[in-house]
Design a binder for this molecule. Structure first.
Ligand SMILES: *Cc1c(COP(=O)(O)O)cnc(C)c1O
Length: 390
């Protein structure tokens, strides 16, 4: 008798754990491994957010359960943020739900919306959680094709009609992990009309909404007129405020989807610790100066690494946002062989593009998660490796 469900047994292998195992082995041998493979920022959570957490944690009335959908101050802060940042009106009582990080919400929203056998359109390449969430819900993934040649905009017309007919949900992710692609508002216009025409719900994962460079501002899918009928959007404090470990995010938009997910979650969890929600509310209603300061840091790293990679022949588009660079591997290499070589010969960890779907083959994802000085070291090691290997 096996005590492990078929769902778990048939999960795709997590490619990345092999690299982490090898990293440990190399480190035990005294090798200095630089990890640009993780999907998380290295900068600290802003002090004013921590201060609010500490203040609220001392109040006994905050040690109780939160309401299922989140404490009012947090939902009002999300509404405020959408109004100030996007000029979008949201009803905190019906159109906003607090989450224990957006990853949880992504996995659960699929359970709340689809029936076993239903289809979900999933970007390829894309954040692997969409695919596993559909698998765990007994659904079927259909590739939403993306192509480097047009900046990884979704190719809605290339999805077969039978697949759009069968699909209930469509995941989008701009600014994007892993490709660092960003889009203009018209892509969201197209996405909402595609959703309306095919009677499905578009889900934009906006985990990097505030992590943008120069004068680029990422649009929200909720800015599309009528979006609330056919779209929801995930937000997270993890990347914009360096709060990955805190576990706080939100879902906004379509009332029916918000209600379905609230019902599902009320049977699984009881929302996040109140002081964390309140500290997150303080972050969202701040003037976002810390976000701009952090973006400067990422941009400086990005400019340096982007220039060096291109000079080494690893072509990459220049990102307008996110904490990633998505670069082509040299000819003759696969994603995994080049990532393996980087680890063995340069002591640098990157993520093979193939970990993000078949369309990620031929690329690596490099996270801007170390200081500028460490990046100089990365560049030096990579240059030496490329030279030595010809
Ligand atoms: C990091 C990340 C998330 C998860 O964020 P949490 O709120 O920490 O769960 C979701 N989507 C994408 C694309 C991410 O890169």
């Amino acid at each position: 008798m096996t005590f492990v469900s078929e769902k778990i047994n048939t999960l795709p292998p997590y490619l990345f754990s092999e690299f982490q195992k090898r990293k440990k082995e190399l480190e035990e041998k005294g090798i200095d491994v630089i990890d640009l493979g993780i999907g998380a920022p290295d900068l600290p959570t802003p002090d004013f957010v921590i201060d609010r957490l500490v203040e609220e944690a001392r109040k006994p009335h905050n040690h109780r359960y939160s309401t299922y959908s989140g404490v009012q101050e947090f939902k009002l802060a999300v509404a405020d943020f959408y109004k100030n940042h996007y000029d979008v009106d949201l009803d905190p009582n019906t159109e906003i739900l607090a989450l224990i990080g957006s990853k949880e919400g992504i996995a659960n929203v699929v359970q709340a919306v689809i029936n076993p056998g239903d289809s979900v359109l999933v970007p390829n390449p894309g954040y692997p959680v969409y695919r596993t969430a559909v698998h765990l819900a007994g659904g079927k993934c259909v590739d939403l094709p993306l192509d480097a040649s047009n900046g990884y905009e979704p190719l809605f017309n290339e999805v077969a009609q039978k697949d759009t007919d069968a699909a209930k949900l469509m995941f989008l992710n701009y600014p994007s992990n892993p490709t660092a692609a960003t889009v203009d508002f018209n892509v969201f216009l197209k996405a909402v009309s595609f959703s309306r025409n095919n009677d499905l719900i578009a889900v934009n994962d906006a985990a990097y909404d505030l992590v943008t460079f120069n004068n680029y501002t990422a649009p929200s899918i909720m800015q599309v007129p009528g979006a609330k009928n056919h779209a929801v959007e995930f937000g997270s404090l993890s990347k914009s405020f360096n709060m990955t470990g805190w576990r706080i995010g939100y879902l906004v938009g379509n009332e029916t989807i918000i209600k379905a997910l609230t019902t599902l979650k009320s049977n699984i969890d009881t929302c996040q610790f109140l002081p964390i929600q309140l500290a997150a509310a303080t972050a969202l209603t701040s003037d976002l100066a810390v976000v701009r300061a952090n973006n400067k840091v990422y941009q400086e790293r990005m400019e340096k690494l982007h220039k060096a990679l291109n000079e080494m022949g690893l072509e990459a588009d220049k990102p307008k946002g996110t904490i990633f660079i998505w670069a082509k591997v040299p000819t003759g290499h696969t994603s995994a062989s080049f990532a393996g070589q980087l680890l063995e010969n340069a002591g640098v960890i990157v993520t093979p593009g193939s970990a993000f779907g078949t369309a990620g083959e031929g690329y690596i994802r490099v996270t801007l998660s170390v200081t500028s000085d460490r990046l100089d070291e990365v560049i030096l090691r990579m240059e030496n490796m490329m030279r030595a290997l010809g």
